[in-house]
Design a protein around this ligand. Structure first.
Ligand SMILES: O=C(CO)[C@H](O)[C@H](O)COP(=O)(O)O
Length: 283
């Protein structure tokens, strides 16, 4: 099944718990898809068409949070009830769980399914080696668990996320989940030992105080200079060694492929072996 061309007038789906949930439902219903949303959807549809075949009736799929993954679910739902009746979908947290339930898909847990056929996930930025920054939505601990559990881990994003080096467009820094008791010490270590003087505790927007993850932890955003981001595995390992750090939002050597929707309606597919493919816009 070929992905449909993005349309400037197509209605954006209303998604329970999306990052845009602050918009009213009426605004969301009336708003046509922007170029960026079209790009996200095109990448998501193409990835689903390639990795979640209608004939793959029995499969376990991991789904993350973020604003791109709802388009993954939209495409999976379009495959129909029969294709989805025996599939099990594993969420990473509140948002993706709501999405699975409201889409009438079968909900599972990684406790029951520690091996997952395919995990599809968004990303904040992806480099030329398919290393990525994740955790803009503070879900990266669970997302990493589902990425590791997956036989195939696929990234889906729009063109802004397709970069040579991490940190090119995504400026808040590397998301780091920390145990609340340890946050001040981890911040101090990031500032003075690991070379991220601007690392900050992420504050909530519609609540006083810090963002609290689905695991009850805090999130630190730590920007690093290019020299560190060119070797993301090294800096990830050093951050992870700090006492109190639960997980680092750098996913290195994990993805098999990344799908990027482009402004012109094409999709760039990058593979872990360095191959790059351009899927032309649908006629
Ligand atoms: O890592 C994530 C959540 O922790 C998201 O995948 C990432 O923030 C990308 O989000 P979006 O699809 O909204 O751009």
């Amino acid at each position: 099944m070929a992905a449909r061309a993005p349309s400037a007038t197509r209605i954006q789906p209303v998604v329970v718990g999306s990052k845009d949930a602050t918009e009213t439902v009426v605004d969301t219903i009336l708003k046509p898809l922007s170029t960026i949303e079209s790009a996200k959807r095109l990448a998501a549809y193409t990835a689903v068409d390639r990795h979640v075949k209608p004939e793959h009736i029995v499969s376990i799929l991991g789904l993350s949070g973020g604003s791109t993954v709802p388009y993954v679910v939209e495409r999976i739902v379009q495959q129909g009830r029969e294709a989805n009746k025996d599939r099990v979908f594993i969420p990473t947290g509140f948002q993706s769980k709501e999405l699975i339930v409201s889409s009438n898909l079968n909900l599972g847990d990684v406790d029951q399914y520690p091996t997952i056929d395919v995990t599809l996930d968004g990303a904040d930025e992806v480099d030329r080696d398919l290393n990525c920054i994740k955790g803009g939505g503070a879900c990266h601990l669970r997302e990493k668990v589902l990425a590791e559990a997956a036989r195939t881990f696929i990234l889906v994003a729009d063109y802004r996320k397709n970069v040579e080096y991490l940190g090119t467009n995504f400026k808040p820094g590397v998301p780091i989940e920390v145990v609340p008791f340890a946050y001040a010490k981890v911040l101090q270590n990031l500032h003075h030992i690991l070379g991220s003087p601007k690392a900050t505790l992420r504050m909530a927007v519609a609540k006083a105080g810090p963002v609290v993850s689905d695991n009850g932890n805090f999130i630190i955003d730590a920007p690093f200079e290019r020299e560190h981001m060119e070797k993301p595995y090294d800096i990830m390992a050093r951050i992870k060694m700090l006492t109190g750090v639960v997980e680092v939002g750098l996913f290195c050597h994990m993805a098999q492929a990344a799908y990027f929707g482009n402004e012109d309606g094409s999709v760039t597919v990058k593979y872990h072996d360095g191959k790059v493919e351009t899927v032309a816009p649908p006629a």
